[in-house]
Design a binder for this molecule. Structure first.
Ligand SMILES: [Zn+2]
Length: 331
């Protein structure tokens, strides 16, 4: 094997000898790609609109952006992708993606072929949980439950610094459990796109919050505006958030009873509601089967970069076993 002079001296490596991690956040509206060095520093970040409802163009845009970011960062990169849904362990094909044009496609195989290297894919909420566990609000915690509350309600579980995917790649999909301990007026609950009614997502997502507010007082107001008005003293908006917090407390008490994580981190648009972090833990003890509850509910610390960062850390630094995924195939 030929050894280049740069490897025999202490001189800095040539730019294209740099080992990089690239993380991709494939969303329904945008594709974001970032390159990181081994110290976790973000070197380059770019985004393009997702070619909606066009699988081939989505694939092409993603590959083009990865190669451009890799070139700009100056190195050779491993590639991890966070995306909605998951790869079915049974078929190897994408399932459960709300970017429905990805469903039924062998996305990892196609990407690997076009990039000329293996890629790792994971659910975007799993990437969020991993990012917060390794570099964010939940550093040092053994068991982390990361929830993204935005247009939907997704969640991921990280245990000992690794994503726990589960036998069916469905671990953390608690948003499609029914809202626990429902009151009479919460039955059967709003219809959900999954085909059932009264799912946690139909209450805790942004659209769920807006629907609940409209049903209570007849006002069409965005979730962000509800939070803003409540903070300014609007009683109807405050009452909507009180209902929301009580429902979140019940939903997370279910998680604590089953998983008992050290930390629950919230992400997504509604994680900006600061009152959640004091009000929800004040309420959840009523439903947790324990004499006391020490679980911490925390805001995210990785901010906008959690998706790309979590995806990038699906790969290890130097070829050792991946820290980012559980013991099964990382496909
Ligand atoms: Zn559902």
């Amino acid at each position: 094997m030929e050894i280049s002079p740069s490897r025999l001296t202490s001189a800095p490596a040539e730019p294209h000898d740099r080992r990089l991690r690239i993380g991709v956040d494939l969303g329904g509206t945008k594709i974001e790609v970032a390159a990181f060095d081994d110290a976790g520093r973000e070197l380059v970040r770019r985004r393009v609109p997702t070619p909606r409802h066009d699988y081939e163009r989505t694939l092409g845009a993603l590959v083009e952006l990865v190669l451009a970011v890799e070139d700009e960062a100056g190195g050779s990169a491993t590639v991890g992708v966070g995306m909605p849904g998951a790869l079915s362990p049974a078929t190897g094909l994408v399932k459960n993606a709300n970017s429905v044009w990805l469903n039924g496609q062998p996305f990892d195989v196609a990407l690997a072929a076009r990039l000329g290297r293996p890629v790792r894919l994971a659910n975007d909420a799993n990437c969020f949980a991993l990012s917060e566990a390794l570099a964010g609000a939940a550093v040092g915690a053994t068991c982390v439950f990361g929830v993204i509350i935005g247009t939907g309600t997704g969640a991921g579980i990280v245990f000992d610094g690794r994503i726990w995917r589960g036998r069916n790649a469905t671990a953390g999909e608690w948003g499609h459990n029914p809202l626990p301990w429902p009151t009479a007026d919460e039955r059967p609950g709003p219809p959900c796109y999954c085909g059932r009614s009264g799912c946690i997502e139909t209450y805790l997502s942004g659209p769920g919050l807006e629907r609940d507010h409209a049903a209570a007082c007849g006002q069409e107001v965005t979730a962000i505006e509800i939070g803003r008005r409540a903070a300014a003293g609007d009683l109807a908006c405050d009452a909507t958030l009180v209902r929301y917090e009580e429902r979140m407390a019940r939903a997370l008490a279910h998680v604590i009873n089953l998983l008992d994580p050290d930390v629950i981190v919230l992400g997504g648009g509604l994680s900006n509601l600061e009152r959640l972090y004091t009000n929800v833990p004040r309420l959840w003890g009523r439903w947790v089967f324990s004499d006391r509850v020490d679980t911490r509910l925390l805001p995210p610390r990785c901010g906008d970069s959690s998706g790309v960062r979590g995806a990038a850390w699906l790969w290890p630094a130097g070829g050792e076993r991946a820290p980012g995924v559980d013991g099964r195939s990382a496909r």
